[in-house]
Design a binder for this molecule. Structure first.
Ligand code: SF4
Length: 222
């Protein structure tokens, strides 16, 4: 598909579509098609997908849906970049649900999830102090999350951990969503250290080690 599509309403800018094992969240380890949308308004210090900030290819909804269908998946995840930065993402989410897939959306937490189809599982990243993007969090999203949704914290250090604990209490997250995910920032915090903090505090959260990094060292396409 070329870049000749004129109207963004007809297309989305896509960095890659690939089939892999889900590396995070509640469906970790399950075969999933990933649709990685191009562009993100944030610049987190630890970002591992900077290659999705620009470039990509305009692809029609029809082309995207056909590419996904080729893999005959059960699970489809929209990721980025920041998928919600392209308004047409909402329509694609609905069309994927209509096609019968179990659909999830990975979002950085700065943009509203208000328009997301209720059938979609939302995985909302709350940006910690060490991300450098704390001020961009849209906390109104917390009230829009339901029992199938998930909240993720990428934790770089003890200050981030203490802040995440505060958020856990302030928004009653363990009661509100299906899973609260604490993920150590790769190369900054040992998973074992985070595990010990969680156990010491008996937190109702799930420690998450990113499977795709363990298996494929975070190469694009996985
Ligand atoms: S929100 Fe995600 S894609 Fe955007 S800069 Fe942060 S880590 Fe990278």
């Amino acid at each position: 598909m070329s870049d000749t599509l004129v109207h963004s309403a007809d297309a989305l800018r896509i960095t890659e579509i690939f089939y892999s094992l889900q590396g995070e969240a509640r469906t970790v380890g399950l075969p999933t098609v990933f649709v990685r949308l191009t562009g993100c308004p944030l610049r987190c210090t630890y970002c591992d997908t900077a290659y999705a900030f620009s470039g990509g290819e305009l692809r029609s909804f029809e082309d995207i849906l056909a590419t996904v269908a080729n893999y005959r998946p059960r699970y489809v995840t929209l990721t980025g970049g920041e998928p919600l930065a392209q308004p047409g993402c909402l329509r694609l989410l609905t069309q994927l649900c209509d096609a019968g897939y179990e659909v999830s959306l990975e979002t950085g937490g700065a943009l509203s999830v208000a328009g997301v189809d209720p059938r979609v599982v939302k995985v909302v990243d709350l940006k910690t102090p060490a991300s450098g993007e704390l001020a961009r969090n849209d906390y109104a999203n917390m009230a829009l999350l339901g029992p199938a949704d998930q909240v993720k914290f990428v934790i770089c250090n003890r200050q981030d951990y203490d802040w995440a604990r505060l958020m856990l209490d302030q928004y009653d997250l363990a009661q509100r969503v299906s899973d609260v995910l604490f993920s150590p920032s790769h190369g900054q915090l040992e998973g074992r250290t985070l595990a010990e903090w969680i156990l010491q505090d008996n937190l109702p959260v799930r420690l998450q080690l990113q499977l795709h990094k363990l298996l494929w060292n975070d190469a694009p396409g996985h």
